[in-house]
Design a protein around this ligand. Structure first.
Ligand SMILES: Cc1ncc(COP(=O)(O)O)c(C=O)c1O
Length: 461
């Protein structure tokens, strides 16, 4: 049997790839096949199937990096074997992770960067879980010390938080206290948020870059209100900033914005290295202002990889190459490089917003001035909606998401474009041309089929 397989592989290896038996016969997709196949056959089979995936650079829905320099890619490929947890075997990878953390602490204006503590993660979602746990643990310790109940923790945030915070609350048994949005207000209202707080509030989440619209929540104002509340009540509620996108944008192109560790009650910050940190997925970061902000009993020490290793992460093993790629970007770009890149994206986003508005049927919700993101809705009385626009743009290859806003504003549907590095002005103009064609088509459909509108669900998902 083994001999037969070998012989077949040998004879197959001289055949042209697409005449090989393994590529002519159906392959078992849902159970392991009995036999091996040649590496080049497996490679081509999978590569071909993946051609059906979208083109990541045309995906204007994602916040995640879709372009990196060849040198960064080379470094990633060369370090794929490194396990970030194994600090004894890969001490330099561990050192590089620490350097990145110190750089971020400075970037986010920690009063004493050597007093901060943090770690890399798979992304902002894992970072959110860790930050949320630290808030819950600190609150519980305080309640125990005060001999008060600790069975009903809650977290205060806007309903526009990313799903990771809902996950955190469900997985860690914390009540979500969500402030609804209102027409014209698509982020957290600082004063109203305070009304949701009580002695069981483990923290407040402020978002530096809303996933829905791209606008920054007013972190400094939230902080001012929180400071008043904490002074009045003695609750000492911390503010966590979910800077998944903005943590890598604001320090470079909105330098005057005060949102970070300069604010007294900001105890922790998360950001995605794989968003505007400009690394391929997945790497994220979470940092606490001081070592006291991360309860010691959440950190485990293991000795079975040789040496004593503190670990605070949901996973144990994880690839180290993306942390190395983050360090590559930090070295390669520095402050000037990041500023140049994000400034360019920001200019493209602002340009796009102006041009989209000029097209006529749309109202801009966020015009690229915070995150380089444009979001808009269709004006009342138009014969098509954002879902139709999104669907038609797909025919040109563009992925522009359309979605409804959360509870309270579910009747409002919007489109969003995330401008990232390598989305040039030239590409923006191509997109605008296609948008113009699509609008014309959609408006013509209406004219040709005036009676269809009432019953048709053509434009509604
Ligand atoms: C504000 C915000 N927080 C958290 C996340 C989750 O980040 P990740 O995909 O890195 O887990 C996102 C993702 O878009 C986000 O926009």
């Amino acid at each position: 049997m083994e001999n037969m397989t070998k012989k077949r592989a040998q004879s197959e290896s001289i055949e042209p790839i697409y005449s090989r038996r393994s590529l002519e016969e159906p392959i078992p997709k849902y159970e392991l096949s009995e036999n091996e196949m040649l590496p080049s056959s497996a490679y081509n089979l999978i590569k071909d199937e993946l051609m059906l995936d979208g083109m990541s650079r045309l995906n204007l829905a994602t916040f995640v990096t879709t372009w990196m320099e060849p040198e960064a890619i080379k470094l990633i490929q060369e370090t794929l074997d490194k396990n970030i947890i194994d600090k004894d075997e890969y001490p330099q990878t561990a050192e590089i992770e620490q350097r990145c953390l110190l750089m971020l602490a400075k970037l986010w204006n920690a009063p004493k960067s050597d007093q901060t503590i943090g770690c890399s993660t798979t992304g902002s979602s894992e970072a959110a879980m860790l930050a949320g746990m630290a808030m819950k643990w600190r609150w519980r310790a305080r309640r125990k010390k005060e001999k008060k109940g600790y069975s009903k923790p809650n977290l205060v945030m806007g309903i526009n938080v990313q799903i990771c915070w809902e996950k955190f609350c469900r997985y860690w048994d914390v009540e979500m206290k969500l402030l609804p949005l209102e027409k014209g207000r698509y982020s957290l209202c600082p004063k109203k948020a305070m009304k949701l707080c009580d002695e069981n509030t483990i923290g407040i989440i402020g978002i530096l870059g809303s996933t829905f619209t791209g606008e920054y929540e007013k972190i400094e104002e939230i902080h001012t209100e929180l400071d008043k509340l904490n002074k009045k009540t003695g609750w000492n509620i911390p503010l966590h900033v979910d800077a998944a996108s903005g943590g890598f944008v604001a320090p470079f192109i909105q330098k005057k914005l005060k949102w970070d560790f300069r604010l007294k009650w900001v105890s922790s910050i998360n950001a995605s290295g794989h968003k505007y940190g400009l690394v391929y997925p997945g790497v994220g970061w979470v940092l606490w202002k001081t070592k006291n902000d991360l309860p010691a009993d959440l950190v485990f020490n293991v000795n079975y990889l040789g040496g004593q290793m503190p670990t605070f992460a949901l996973n144990f093993s994880r690839g180290g190459s993306h942390v190395i790629a983050q360090y590559y970007n930090f070295l390669r770009l520095g402050i000037k490089g990041y500023t140049r890149i994000h400034d360019a994206s920001s200019q493209v986003a602002i340009y796009l917003a102006k041009e989209i508005e000029k097209l006529g049927p749309f109202t801009i919700l966020h015009g690229g001035t915070d995150l380089p993101i444009v979001s808009w809705c269709v004006k009342k009385g138009k014969s098509f909606d954002v879902f139709a626009l999104s669907e038609q743009l797909r025919h040109f290859g563009w992925q522009v998401p359309a979605y409804t806003l959360p509870e309270n504003l579910t009747s409002m549907s919007i489109c969003r474009i995330v401008v990232r590095e390598a989305f040039s002005l030239d590409m923006a103009n191509l997109l605008l041309q296609h948008m113009e064609t699509v609008i014309e088509n959609l408006e013509n459909i209406k004219l040709k089929n005036p009676s269809k509108k009432k019953n048709s669900s053509t434009f509604h998902h």
